[in-house]
Ligand binder design. Structure first.
Ligand code: PGA
Length: 253
């Protein structure tokens, strides 16, 4: 049984007053929502304040990144140990903006996934192809490489602690989401790949969520797909109204 996950990735948006009012709106709109796992991922500096506002709610906080070393002389970095310490439930790892703008490679993503798991944080492990890769019909090859490299030397027993996010790069922030069929095709491919790396039984329990221009009006059909277990939401997570509609719109049998 895969409990749907909906994570809001606020990226580098909001200031403290906005972060508080957005969280308050989401908290009150999602009262009593226990059947879905909902996570807000604000910028690091607002994690504690958002967490404070969320007290008494089942909505959790997550971070957008982290560094794999537990502590040390790494100016400007935040460790997973610290994120766990302040109460984060999960952490986004390998987002395409980290891969492209900050040149994160599969090796560092793999180290981060291992380090997050080691302290009990759930990684939201992002993979996705570029537009040129889709046009060249290399989507599966790209995804296979990202998944295999990201999960290298991770015990299959830990796979169910990881949430995989399929985010086609051409759909992120563009308003052009993958069609439900395009997304389902890749989600199924990822699940088969996970089964190959572990077992059918394990792969069946891994949540694979979709990200890339998720909106209140497309979540229903996307999440109705067999292998789509929720959403990673960017732009539409920045207003309480649209995020709540998306959470409520996640349609699972
Ligand atoms: P978007 O972003 O919903 O604004 O397309 C998704 C993401 O980057 O996780």
């Amino acid at each position: 049984m895969r409990i749907p996950v909906i994570a809001g990735n606020w990226k580098m948006h909001t200031k403290s007053a906005e972060a508080i009012s957005l969280t308050e709106g989401i908290k009150s709109g999602l009262k009593g929502i226990e059947s879905k796992e909902v996570v807000l991922c604000p910028p690091y500096v607002y994690l504690s304040v958002v967490q404070e506002v969320l007290k008494g709610s089942s909505v959790r906080v997550g971070a957008q990144n982290g560094y794999f070393q537990p502590q040390g002389a790494f100016t400007g970095e935040i460790s997973f140990t610290m994120l766990k310490d302040i109460g984060c439930a999960c952490v986004i790892i390998g987002h395409s903006e980290r891969r492209q703008i900050f040149k994160e490679d599969n090796d560092s993503i793999n180290k981060k996934i291992k380090a997050a798991l080691a302290v009990g944080l759930k990684p939201i492990f992002c993979v996705g192809e570029l537009l040129e890769e889709r046009q060249d019909n290399t989507t599966e090859r790209v995804i296979r490489h990202q998944v295999e490299a990201g999960l290298d030397e991770i015990s299959p027993d830990d796979f169910t602690k990881i949430i995989v996010a399929y985010e086609p790069v051409w759909a992120i922030g563009t308003g052009k989401n993958a069609t439900p069929e395009q997304a389902q095709e890749v989600h199924l491919f990822i699940r088969k790949l996970l089964a190959h790396l572990s077992s059918e039984a394990i792969a069946k329990d891994v949540r694979i969520i979709y990200g890339g221009s998720v909106k209140p009006d497309n979540i229903d059909l996307l999440s109705a797909q067999e292998d789509i277990d929720g959403a990673l939401v960017g732009g539409a997570s920045l207003t309480a109204e649209s995020f709540i509609k998306i959470v409520n719109g996640v349609n699972k049998r």
